[in-house]
Design a protein. Sequence first.
Length: 180
Amino acid sequence: MDIIGSSEYNSDSSSMDQVKKMKPLEYIRDVNFYLTQGNYESAYAVIQAAFIEYPDDPYVLSFCGYLQAIVGKRYRSGVDKCTKAIEIVEKNEETLGSELLLPILYLNLGKAYAAAGRRTSAIIAFSQGLHYDPHHAAILQDMKKLGMRTPPPIPFLDRSNPINIFLGKALYKKKKQKQG
């Protein structure tokens, strides 16, 4: 079931004219606002309007797939949209900011997999996003929700190596001091 109908994005024809003039990143800004408020239904309505206007924009496609899986419970279609968005960016290597965009696209894919109950696939998607940005806070947070540990400070050493243990404790303590 699609949610367009409860949102300001189709209340009358004059607002629809305003929506048509929006750029993809303006839609994403609105989607992120609703997501930070926990209002997934409104975010879904906004991204559906964006998808109608920009069906081949990878950012719009990725958020549409993620929200389709979360809100619409259409997991396969949601994962397919997220995957297509990643393929578009990876095919067009000259895409401006692709190294910043790919972690977000993999984050959305991972969230769509997690919504579908595919934990292993979600972890793989999150890991691929961390390949592009090893310190991406949202990916690390979602991996933690799934029960994933952060990688050891020195990845080529075993997690139980005393150097990794010492560095891990020191970094954890430093992180806690910044938060507190």
